[in-house]
Design a protein around this ligand. Structure first.
Ligand code: NAP
Length: 330
């Protein structure tokens, strides 16, 4: 369209292709629908779901339309609003979650639903805010809804295991769990043990040692809940470490974990496998942003990459060795 503003974006136009499948393009700045805000992006955080979708893990649901601009977790400044938008105006700093169906994150501008957009106070940088949506909400949902931890500390004491505690979800999970009445055991690689302790974990296991691989608590505790952020650990490894009513909350549920979930249900087992898919929730996102503002939660940045080098961020996420969140900056 004549006169339409053009922006830089990174897209892929088919399933597969990995980093080489990413293309730098110039496309029109999107127009907000009546319930949407237009955000000039300052930071985007990547999640494994971004490259897993490209691999076709959710085919044919997501993406169902190509070309697709990946990335859902964004922070920036509102530069335009739809006619029904009440709570935001141009100039407001925000954090938002975009829809997986439409994506739109790896770009200079994106449109976000008003109800999935939250205010970002000056104490929270764009990168710190952009880290929160998928990873922070998954950690929050797993702990509060699936494991029943009360983040005001009012609940009954619980022993929690967090696997892959150095990653995007895990590093938020450790910090959030410690807001509740919990004892936290965590697993990570040797290089991150001190880091994970600094987040508040009470005991930390190197996952490459025999005790770490066996998930054995050094203080002999049985876990009431596991926030399972790693992959490839069988139920038989969890079982001897669980309390009588222990639950494994699996955030990467594959066929084996779904089968275990069904078997545990059908046999009325007190120990359970709980598959978790994150719910995009503006209220909980707002709560997380406020925790960061108050200094009760931090986003640890693994690395920052300019949008012109989004491939480096994509590679880094695929490698699976991030400590905290991977950020892209337009
Ligand atoms: N269900 C949902 O809605 C949902 C939402 C968010 C994420 N997820 C899934 O959850 C998983 C974690 O996501 P993420 O963003 O946290 O990933 P991430 O940031 O890429 O995780 C990387 C971290 O995991 C550590 N790690 C890898 N294998 C480990 C193991 N066996 N034991 C201990 N630590 C290990 C790595 O440590 P080293 O470098 O030392 O190996 C690295 O620090 C992914 O599979 C993702 O797709 C699901």
């Amino acid at each position: 369209m004549a006169g339409k503003l053009i922006m830089h974006a990174v897209q892929y136009d088919r399933y597969g292709g990995g980093t080489a499948g990413l293309k730098h393009v110039e496309i029109p700045v999107p127009t907000p629908n009546k319930d949407e805000v237009l955000v000039k992006l300052e930071a985007i955080s990547l999640n494994p779901v971004d490259w897993k979708m490209q691999k076709g893990v959710m085919r044919p649901l997501f993406p169902h339309k190509f070309p697709y601009t990946p990335g859902t977790d964004v922070a920036g400044e509102v530069v335009g609003v739809g006619s029904d938008v009440k709570n935001f105006k141009a100039g407001d700093k925000v954090v938002a979650i975009l829809s997986l169906a439409t994506g739109g994150g790896l770009a200079e501008f994106a449109v976000a639903k008003e109800n999935l957009t939250v205010a970002r106070p000056p104490e929270v940088s764009a990168a710190e805010g952009a880290g929160l949506p998928i990873a922070g909400l998954t950690a929050h949902q797993g702990l509060t809804q699936s494991a029943g931890v009360k983040l005001d500390g009012s609940g009954k004491q619980a022993n929690i295991l967090i696997t892959a505690a150095s990653g995007g979800v895990g590093h938020y999970a450790v910090q959030l769990a410690k807001l509740g009445n919990t004892h936290v055991t965590a697993t990570c690689g040797a290089r991150n043990i001190e880091f994970v302790k600094s987040l508040g974990a009470d005991e930390v296991l190197d996952y490459r040692t025999p005790d770490g691989a066996a998930l054995k608590s050094p203080s002999g505790r049985k876990y009431d809940a596991v926030i399972h952020c790693a992959t490839g650990i069988p139920w038989s490894t969890f079982e001897p470490n669980l309390s009588a009513n222990g639950k494994v909350i699996d955030i990467t549920p594959g066929p084996i974990s779904l089968l275990t979930f069904a078997i545990k249900k059908l046999t009325f087992s007190k120990q359970q496998m709980v598959p978790l898919l994150v719910t995009r929730d503006g209220e909980n996102l707002d709560y997380l942003v406020k925790l960061v503002k108050e200094g009760k939660l931090k986003t640890v940045i693994d690395s920052k990459h300019p949008l012109s080098k989004a491939e480096d961020a994509w590679d880094k996420s695929i490698e699976g060795h991030a400590t905290g969140k991977i950020i892209v900056e337009p």
